[in-house]
Design a protein around this ligand. Structure first.
Ligand code: PXL
Length: 286
């Protein structure tokens, strides 16, 4: 299908149960024809969102030696993509990865919070460190809670005007990234994923229907579809459209089975959609 494989170094945790981080990032990128080289930051029995006390093995001391090995090999990645990080210390090692592979596409999903509230693991130090990572990224994919936190604003942002959406996007881009995509924004009676490309001064929005259930890992899947799509050469609005449509499909499929929401979305049932790579043009200009 492809002559050359596109390689992504994925710096994320491996959570055994609950379909998030590497367990969804690997299949989502693979289904798009992208090779994932995982750099696990921690191993957890489950994600941290509702299964009680988690068993965790921190792999902070793995990240740097792994990078040293790749340096000795002269190994190249087309993209370095980070997400949930377990501690402020991990930010430093993650930063070394981004700095060494400065010519690769740098994607930072600043996983810290959702629905107006920081995750238990998000300390003030981690939040500051995430700000530093965002500063060296090419693309960031915060949800609206994380976007507000990165800008030092109230994490709870129930509704935004068009002007406020643009202001959020531009101010985040001023921190460093050329492309900013913010998910789960409510405006004027609709939910949107919104995006900004500094190079073209263009703002985009893709509407979606909200399902009244919250599943972990949806941000990871969104960022992975978007990243895969951009690595394959799609424009930003088409990549946003693909990621939004795929999430809508996966969430509605899952909701129809009334599963335990802690188990995440039924990714396995929906991956064939990504393999087909259909082109969608349901985006709008913001
Ligand atoms: O999906 C984000 C995520 C990743 N990894 C772990 C998490 C979460 C969100 O709760 O707990 C361990």
């Amino acid at each position: 299908m492809y002559q050359k494989s596109i390689k992504v170094a994925a710096i994320h945790d491996l959570s055994g149960v609950g379909r998030c981080s590497l367990t969804v990032i690997l299949p989502t990128l693979s289904a798009q024809g992208i090779q994932v080289c995982p750099v696990p930051t921690a191993i957890l029995s489950t994600h941290t969102g509702g299964y009680g006390e988690v068993v965790m093995r921190d792999l902070t001391d793995y990240i740097s030696p792994a990078l040293e090995h790749y340096k000795r090999l002269g190994y190249q990645f087309d993209c370095v993509y980070s997400g949930f990080l377990a501690s402020e210390e991990q930010i430093k090692y993650c930063m070394s990865f981004f700095e060494y592979y400065s010519g690769s596409l740098k994607v930072v999903d600043p996983v810290m919070a959702d629905h107006g509230k920081p995750y238990k693991t998000c300390t003030p130090e981690l939040r500051k460190g995430m700000g530093r990572l965002v500063g060296i990224a090419d693309i960031i994919t915060p949800n609206i809670t994380e976007a507000a936190m990165l800008l030092g604003e109230n994490p709870y942002q129930p509704e935004l005007t068009s002007q406020q959406m643009k202001s959020f996007l531009v101010r985040l881009s001023e921190l460093g990234p050329k492309i900013v995509v913010i998910t789960s924004v409510y405006s004027d009676g609709h939910y949107y994923n919104i995006g900004y490309e500094r190079e073209h001064s263009k703002f985009w929005k893709v509407p979606y229907n909200l399902i009244n259930a919250s599943y972990p890992g949806t941000g990871d899947v969104f960022a992975s579809v978007l990243t895969g799509s951009i690595l394959r050469g799609d424009s930003l609005p088409l990549a946003m459209n693909r990621a939004t449509a795929f999430l809508e499909l996966a969430i509605k499929t899952t909701y129809s089975y009334s599963t335990d929401t802690r188990d995440g979305i039924m990714l396995e049932s929906c991956l064939d959609y990504l393999m087909g790579h259909p082109t969608l043009c349901d985006y709008e200009q913001l």
